[in-house]
Design a binder for this molecule. Structure first.
Ligand code: GLP
Length: 293
């Protein structure tokens, strides 16, 4: 695979290949019909496997182009079921000797609170399983908010997390999923003036009932789902130089439509992405896009 500068070329000619895919996927062929511009950003509507491959390719291209120049890359990563295949592609390219993470630093969006990193349900364990332990990312290259920090020190820890990102030069690319209720990271819907929502810092949050219900599959029963989490704030997410949002399935259709064409409001945190729309690309499947048209 040849390195591409994804930021420069993504709108015109992104060529995507995968060691798992026999043939390469040529986006110019599908772009005219699948690419749309909305207030919330550029939206590519394509079948989920293509969207996953495009997202992975965009990340790999960024990593390769910077590495060739001797630079470093800072990635913001997400958990949930949505990005799993993206991590599979990245791991496969690494295993095939086509992608190195040696000059990559990562910061994850969120973590349950309280939560031990040794707990298999923690987001640290999720990331180790799906990406970190499958590629050349050493522990000191990867950063998640720490679910074991004493309650009295979470504020300080969250502040430090933001300082570390800034000290590393800021996020080059933030990968985002979308909650069914429109949340990004664990920034839940809130009754807040928009300017205050846009400034929300990295912090402890109470999880929304919809979010806890959705997390039940990982915890066996709703009673086992933590009531709180640590999340990167809205301000830190929007500060990323580019943002790639993934949403798949009809369960996300309302949240996608409200985020992309609804009013900018803290009630739908995904809609806050409209304020930085030139940095945002959405990759959605037809089911998730079904309320957009
Ligand atoms: C969790 C994560 C979010 C993620 C969301 C969607 O709440 N904290 O970052 O976007 O789930 O989950 P899924 O991808 O499983 O639909």
């Amino acid at each position: 695979m040849r390195p591409l500068d994804a930021g420069r070329r993504r709108r015109r000619s992104l060529t995507v290949t995968s060691p798992r895919a026999e043939a390469s996927l040529s986006v110019p062929d599908i772009l005219p019909s699948c690419r749309h511009e909305f207030p919330g950003g550029t939206v590519l509507v394509c079948p989920r496997p293509e969207a996953e491959l495009l997202a992975a390719s965009r990340i790999a291209d960024l990593v390769r182009s910077r590495t060739v120049e001797g630079g470093r890359v800072v990635l913001g990563l997400a958990t949930g079921s949505t990005p799993i295949a993206v991590y599979d592609h990245l791991a496969a390219w690494h295993e095939a000797g086509q992608l190195s993470f040696g000059r990559v630093t990562t910061y994850n969006l969120d973590e349950y609170y309280p939560m031990s990193p040794a707990d298999p349900r923690s987001y640290r364990a999720f990331m180790d399983r799906h990406l970190f332990h499958r590629v050349n990312l050493a522990a000191n290259q990867t950063h998640l908010l720490d679910g074991t920090v004493p309650a009295a020190h979470t504020g300080e820890h969250c502040h430090d997390f933001e300082r570390w990102i800034a000290a590393d030069g800021g996020l080059d690319l933030q990968l985002l999923g979308l909650g069914r209720n429109g949340h990004i990271g664990f920034n839940e819907p809130a009754d807040l003036p928009t300017d205050q929502a846009l400034a929300l810092p990295t912090r402890v949050v109470a999880l929304h009932p919809t979010t806890r219900a959705d997390a039940m599959k990982d915890f066996g029963a709703e009673a086992n789902v933590p009531h709180h989490a640590l999340t990167m704030g809205i301000a830190a997410i929007l500060a990323a130089r580019s943002i790639l949002v993934l949403a798949f399935g009809s369960g996300k259709a309302d949240a996608v439509a409200q985020s992309l064409v609804g009013p900018i409001s803290a009630r739908v945190p995904g809609s806050l992405l409209q304020t930085v729309s030139s940095q945002v690309t959405w990759l959605v499947d037809p089911a998730a896009a079904s309320r957009l048209f």
